[in-house]
Design a protein around this ligand. Structure first.
Ligand code: UP5
Ligand code: MG
Length: 219
């Protein structure tokens, strides 16, 4: 069942189908890895050096949680604290709107780093349903990092981040969710030759050197 999900993601369709206009079809790199693997840190560095727009699904959900009048605020708060994955109907609409807003402002900004998504089968189904034909997924950048390193980085950040999930109890749940739900998605893309794996346990600069080598080759 899950194997069928990815074939359609890789399929190419004419760019003219994107919102029925002459706009470029969004080119997407999914950025995956455990909590604290350095996805956000590396995406910021990519944005400084390449023409990508960084969209963190977690950041979009945290903004929606904080938005006055949001009907999903409480649900998102509960899911994040428990390290559970928010239903895709919420996340995909935030991502789609962020992509559209970016391209409406500047049509040349059609390259996106989508950070922390898709995290499970539900996410991938939701992406296919809403974005199939409307965006090309080029590959997955996978920041591979041991669980202990991930936990320690987040605990350290938790001293000042104010994030409700940077505590040991939430982190253990986040790691479990990552291992049970997200790793199978990465493995699925791997089977299709779409994963670029980076050892993310090293220093920020060492990791970024590998990121650059990959992006320079892909571009
Ligand atoms: N740091 C970074 N790189 C380092 C390095 N090489 N050496 C030493 N230190 C390094 O980095 C984390 C910390 O480590 C920072 O202090 C950094 O300075 C340091 P960061 O770049 O923030 O790592 P990142 O992988 O982005 O970690 P993050 O905590 O953001 O990962 P998560 O995937 O857990 O968090 P996210 O925000 O994506 O999701 C949070 C929650 O939202 C999820 O648990 C889930 O509940 C929900 N969610 C959904 O439901 N659906 C989605 O699609 C997305 C999120
Ligand atoms: Mg992040």
């Amino acid at each position: 069942m899950i194997g069928r999900l990815i074939g359609s993601v890789c399929q190419r369709v004419p760019s003219s189908s994107y919102r029925g206009s002459l706009m470029m079809k969004p080119q997407v790199v999914f950025v995956l890895g455990g909590p604290g693997a350095g996805k956000g840190t590396q995406c910021s560095k990519i944005v400084e050096n390449y023409s990508y727009t960084h969209l963190s699904a977690g950041d979009l959900l945290r903004a929606e949680r904080a938005r006055e009048g949001s009907e999903f605020g409480q649900l998102i708060a509960n899911y994040i604290k428990e390290g559970k994955i928010v239903p895709v109907e919420i996340t995909i609409n935030l991502l789609k709107k962020a992509m559209e807003d970016t391209m409406d402002k500047d049509a040349k900004k059609f390259r996106f780093l989508i950070d922390g998504f898709p995290r499970n089968e539900d996410n991938l189904e939701g992406w296919n349903k809403v974005m199939e034909g409307a965006a090309d997924v080029k590959f997955v950048l996978f920041f591979d990092c041991g669980n202990e390193v991930c936990i320690n980085r987040c605990l350290e950040r938790g001293k000042s981040s104010g994030r409700t999930d940077d505590n040991r109890e939430s982190l253990e749940k986040r790691i479990q969710t990552y291992l049970q739900s997200t790793r199978p998605i990465i493995e699925l893309y791997e089977k299709h030759g779409k994963v670029r794996t980076i050892d993310a346990s090293r220093s920020v600069d060492e990791v970024f050197a590998d990121v650059k080598a990959i992006l320079d080759k892909e571009d």
